[in-house]
Design a protein around this ligand. Structure first.
Ligand code: ZN
Length: 158
């Protein structure tokens, strides 16, 4: 019993339901088993992961791209004024031209951080203070003004 493959559609449906229920009822058991398997079959696991990645490259890329976009939107939204991605200076909402700006131009860290990893970093570090969402234009303008200020200060000294 149970070893015979179900033949009719009804049997197949019942079998599939049963398996679904079984997986749900044995969640923890299955998790531990998989964990143990990965520990004792490191090479097989690595080979399979490689195979899987190669086979699903496009889908994985799309997924990771989607995920990065999601994180980016989340972080930019956090450092905006209204909770959604928007430049705090001019109000533009086009996410493609928004980036994270180091609000306090402290020392050498003044440079705007528009890299990809910054979003993940900020999120992982529970959104530290001292950052704001700016568009590239406002970001550039801020930088120009800052340099002009610095130049003035040096000029006044001399
Ligand atoms: Zn702006």
């Amino acid at each position: 019993m149970g070893t015979e493959y179900p033949k009719t559609l009804e049997q197949q449906a019942r079998r599939s339901l049963y398996l679904k229920q079984y997986r749900q009822d044995h969640k923890e058991e299955r998790r531990l088993y998989k964990q143990q398997y990965r520990r004792t079959h490191k090479i097989q696991t690595a080979l399979y992961a490689k195979h899987y990645q190669r086979k699903h490259l496009k889908a994985l890329e799309a997924y990771s791209c989607q995920w990065r976009q999601k994180v980016k939107a989340e972080v930019l939204g956090y450092y905006s004024l209204n909770g959604f991605p928007q430049c705090v200076q001019c109000g533009i909402t086009d996410i493609d031209v928004l980036c994270i700006d180091h609000a306090n131009n402290d020392g050498k860290q003044h440079r705007a951080i528009c890299g990809l990893r910054i979003y993940q970093w900020l999120r992982r570090n529970n959104y530290p203070e001292g950052y704001q969402t700016l568009c590239f234009n406002c970001n550039r303008k801020k930088e120009v003004l800052r340099r002009r200020d610095d130049a003035d200060r040096v000029g006044n000294k001399g």
